[in-house]
Structure formats: structure tokens, C-alpha cells
Design a protein around this ligand. Structure first.
Ligand code: FAD
Length: 454
């Protein structure tokens, strides 16, 4: 039998995975109460802090998330760092089920000498900087160099390349932060090389992002035609999306678009980073040493194997975009350090009951918002099945947010509720309006809190 108050579910993390899991739970169980706990005072995770400012259409999902947050059986508690302010065990005591949806807040490091030199950044921090992530507000990269090298060839790498090369006039009407806009306006970067260890047929970006690179004004593609040897013959056997992507790349190689243009970008294939090279002061990066690779194997198993040859590239800015990764947030929760995810079967956390996961912490840091949505819906369905099968015990009443907010209060943690986030939102929109932008993000957590609680 069910508890009188219906199932109470707690979600950890207010990004797409958290909101989509909540949405599905609320829809499928008319008696479920869902509370979302988020570390920051502001919701939406990487939709706010990851998605590029010149992709406003992607951010429309915020409207759906807002509807979920405003649902009568859903509450949002921002400014709660789960694992520090409250433990998972405490949440499990207070709820029938807990869903971990806290994303992937770390980055994979290159593990090469020189990685800590100045002028070297992770894409995660660089993206966080131009998107207003409070932790990255001081990053202030020195863009006083001609060549930037990005390591990794996924969509995040292309986002960063595009932001570095886009005319500031195109960016100034987006929600990019004013301080990064000012740094980009003074940038001397004219050439961006995007390096990958494998070849054109293994590239991880999607066609939309590639097309945006090809169409950048005042910028030409600068590729190495040799990298494309044999690709034309391979085209006919490729699945359609990969075929279209490859054809577009080859078109860019051929056309190179305009000699009179000031800026260029290009892929550099078959290369792995070996060492960041320092200038005479030993502090600043002035180049990168790459190992040249050849490919072995075929299909998904194609591997890059070093040929023994090395190549040095001169550059003043290096951004490593080789992937995000999740951290464990609580010692009582199983964690797979190799895959950097919470080990699970279809969203059920291994060796536990009542504990679930969704989004990047469940399947690793890949996939667009739609992938995260499907994955979160799956977790919600599995959770509901478990409730119906009695695997999740609903026979006892759980105190839910009442217990947790009381606990947080005794620890001096004050939450930001959704209407309080809406005050921050209104302030950001107001500041943006005067600058001709959709919003000007607040960069400082204390300032956010002041406005939220005013
Ligand atoms: P996140 O979005 O990371 O959300 C996790 C949330 O958990 C965050 O709000 C975080 O603050 C919170 N959290 C973390 N730790 C704690 C804690 N201890 N306690 C409480 N809360 C916590 N997809 C697209 O479809 N289109 C795009 O254009 C696109 N661009 C992208 C650009 C970049 C740079 C990146 C990195 C990703 C992009 N994606 C894009 C992918 C998309 O952002 C992800 O699929 C999606 O955000 C993953 O959702 P998530 O909820 O698992 O993680």
C-alpha cells in the first residue's frame, strides 16, 4: 500500500537531467512530490553555463524546466551543496527515493608536462568564463597571441573556436558576459587549430557546429589536404550523418574560402599532445609538441598509434577540450573512478535501494540535451516501476523537504527557492536590456544571494 502523502523523491542537481527526471515523475505519478536540490543559487546547469551564447535557440528548454519548477508538486532548493551541506544518507532518510543528477563538473586532464603553464586552460574553465560561471570569473585569458590551439575535436572544441573567431559584433547581442566580450574585443587571435588524435572519419563534432565554422565571416578554413587522402573513396560506405559531415569538411578543404580574409581555422588530424612548451621565462606556454599518429583497426575500434615522429606548433593559447568528468560527491555512494560515473543498471545505482541516477553522472559526459532527456525519462520510468513493484518502500511516510530544510537551517544554510531565482532572473534581464542583450549574468554568488533574498 502507498503512504498517505504519496512518494517523495529528491533530485540532486538542477540541470537538464534533474528537470527532465522531475518532469517525467510528476507526469507519471499524480501523487508524487519532487524536490530538486541545486548547489548554485541559479538553476539549469550547463544550459546556462555550457551551451554557447550564440546558440540561444538551444536554451529554449529553460521554458519547459521553468514550468516543471512551477508545478504544484515540485520545489527547487538552490544554494544547497549536496555532499557538504547535507549528506546523501540524510536525503535517503527524508525521501522514498533519491536521484543523482549532478552532472560532470570536472575535466579530464591531458597528463602531459607543461599543462600548468600560464596560457593553458581547460575548455570547461574557458567556457565557464565566457558563460559567467562564478568559479571562472577571474580566468581572464591573455589573448595577445596569434595562434590558439584547441586539443579535442568535439562540439565543445568547436564552440570555443567559434567564440574565439566570431566578430565581436555577432557576440555582443548574446548573453555572453560583458567582461569576456571586452577581452575578446581586444583579442589578437587570428588562427585557431583544432587538434585530434585520429582522422577525419573519426571526428566527434556534429554538422551544425561544423557548418557554423565554415560560415564564419572573415575567416577561411586552413586544412592539410594530405589528411584527407583516401577519404573520397571511403565516402560511399559511410552512414548518412557521417557522410554529410565528411563531405562538408572536404568542401572546406577544397574551397578554403577567400584569401583576403584575416582569420583562419583548421583541423589538425593524427596528432596527440606530448608536452606544452614554455618560453624563456619558463612560465608561459609558447607552443605545443605533438606526436604524429597513424591509425590501426577499423570502424569504432580505430586506434591512433604513434609513429615516433614529433612536431612542434607555435601558439600562445592552448585549450584542452578532451572531456568533462564527474566526481564522487558523497563517500557512501558507489563511484566508478575509471569511467568517472556512478555505476548503475538502467539508472538504478549499483548495490543500493532507493538510489538512482540520470544524465551525465549516469552515462558519462557525452550527448546533447535530447540524449540527456531520453536518459532521464528512462530513469524516471525505472523508478516508477520499482515503486509499483514494491522495490521502493512507500509504506512509510517521509518528511521530505520539511526535514531537510530544518536540518539545513541548523547548519546555517539558507536556500534559494524558485521565485527567488526569478528575482535574479529579472535583475539579469534588466541589466541585459540596457546593453541590448537578453541578459547580463550576475557573476558573483554573494550578489545573487543578496538579490534573491531582498
Ligand atoms: P549539468 O547540466 O551539468 O547539470 C548538473 C547540475 O548539478 C548543475 O546545475 C550543477 O550545479 C549541479 N550540481 C553539481 N554538483 C552538485 C551538488 N554537489 N549538489 C547539488 N547540485 C550539484 N547540448 C545541446 O543539446 N546543445 C548544445 O549546444 C550543447 N552545448 C554544450 C556546450 C558545452 C560546453 C557542454 C559542456 C555541453 C553542451 N551540451 C549541449 C550538452 C548538455 O549541456 C548536456 O547534455 C546536459 O547539460 C547534461 O545534463 P546534466 O543535468 O546531466 O548535467
Amino acid at each position: 500500500f502507498s503512504s498517505a502523502s504519496g512518494p517523495r523523491v529528491c533530485i540532486v542537481g538542477g540541470g537538464p537531467a534533474g528537470f527532465y527526471t522531475a518532469q517525467q515523475l510528476l507526469k507519471a505519478r499524480r501523487d508524487a512530490v519532487v524536490d530538486i536540490y541545486e548547489r548554485l543559487p541559479v538553476p539549469f546547469g550547463l544550459v546556462r553555463f555550457g551551451v554557447a551564447p550564440d546558440h540561444p535557440e538551444v536554451k529554449n528548454v529553460i521554458n519547459t524546466f521553468t514550468q516543471t519548477a512551477q508545478h504544484e508538486r515540485c520545489s527547487f532548493y538552490g544554494n544547497v551543496n549536496v555532499g557538504k551541506d547535507v549528506t546523501i544518507e540524510e536525503l535517503r532518510q527524508a525521501y522514498h527515493a533519491v536521484v543523482l543528477s549532478y552532472g560532470a563538473e570536472g575535466n579530464r586532464s591531458m597528463k602531459i608536462p607543461g599543462e600548468d603553464l600560464s596560457g593553458v586552460f581547460s575548455a570547461k574553465d574557458f567556457v565557464g568564463w565566457y558563460n559567467g560561471l562564478p568559479n571562472n570569473k577571474e580566468l581572464c585569458p591573455d589573448l595577445n597571441c596569434e595562434t590558439a590551439v584547441i586539443l579535442g575535436q568535439g562540439n565543445v572544441a568547436l564552440d570555443v573556436a567559434r567564440i574565439l573567431l566570431s566578430p565581436v559584433d555577432m557576440l555582443k547581442e548574446t548573453d555572453i558576459t560583458q567582461n569576456s566580450l571586452a577581452v575578446l574585443a581586444g583579442s589578437n587571435v587570428r588562427r585557431v587549430l583544432i587538434v585530434g588524435r585520429r582522422g577525419p572519419l573519426q571526428i566527434a563534432c556534429t554538422i551544425k557546429e561544423l557548418r557554423e565554422m565554415v560560415n564564419l565571416p572573415n575567416t577561411r578554413a586552413d586544412m592539410m589536404p594530405n589528411d584527407f587522402e583516401g577519404i573520397a573513396e571511403a565516402l560511399k560506405d559511410l552512414p548518412r550523418p557521417r557522410k554529410r559531415l565528411t563531405e562538408l569538411m572536404m568542401k572546406a578543404v577544397k574551397e578554403g574560402r577567400g584569401d583576403k580574409v584575416e582569420k583562419s581555422w583548421g583541423f589538425r588530424f593524427f596528432r596527440s599532445p606530448v608536452e606544452v612548451l614554455a618560453g624563456a621565462d619558463g612560465k608561459r606556454a609558447t607552443g605545443i609538441r605533438l606526436a604524429l599518429n597513424k591509425l590501426e583497426g577499423s570502424g569504432e575500434d580505430t586506434r591512433a598509434v604513434p609513429t615516433g615522429q614529433l612536431e612542434d606548433l607555435e601558439c600562445g593559447l592552448i585549450i584542452s577540450s578532451i572531456g568533462y568528468k564527474s566526481f564522487p560527491i558523497d563517500p557512501t555512494v558507489p563511484f566508478d573512478p575509471r569511467k568517472a560515473i556512478v555505476p548503475n543498471a538502467m539508472g538504478r545505482v549499483q548495490d543500493t535501494t532507493g538510489l538512482y541516477c540520470s544524465g551525465w553522472v549516469k552515462r558519462g559526459p557525452t550527448g546533447v540535451i535530447a540524449t540527456t532527456m531520453n536518459d532521464s525519462f528512462d530513469t524516471a520510468r525505472v523508478l516508477i516501476q520499482d515503486m509499483e513493484a514494491g522495490e521502493v518502500d512507500l509504506s512509510v511516510n517521509k518528511a521530505g523537504a520539511q526535514a531537510i530544510t530544518a536540518l539545513l537551517q541548523t547548519r546555517g544554510v539558507r536556500t534559494v527557492l524558485f521565485p527567488q531565482w526569478e528575482k535574479i532572473n529579472a535583475e539579469e534581464e534588466k541589466r541585459g536590456k540596457s546593453l541590448g542583450k537578453p541578459r547580463e549574468k550576475l557573476l558573483d554568488v554573494d550578489e545573487m544571494l543578496k538579490i534573491a533574498w531582498s
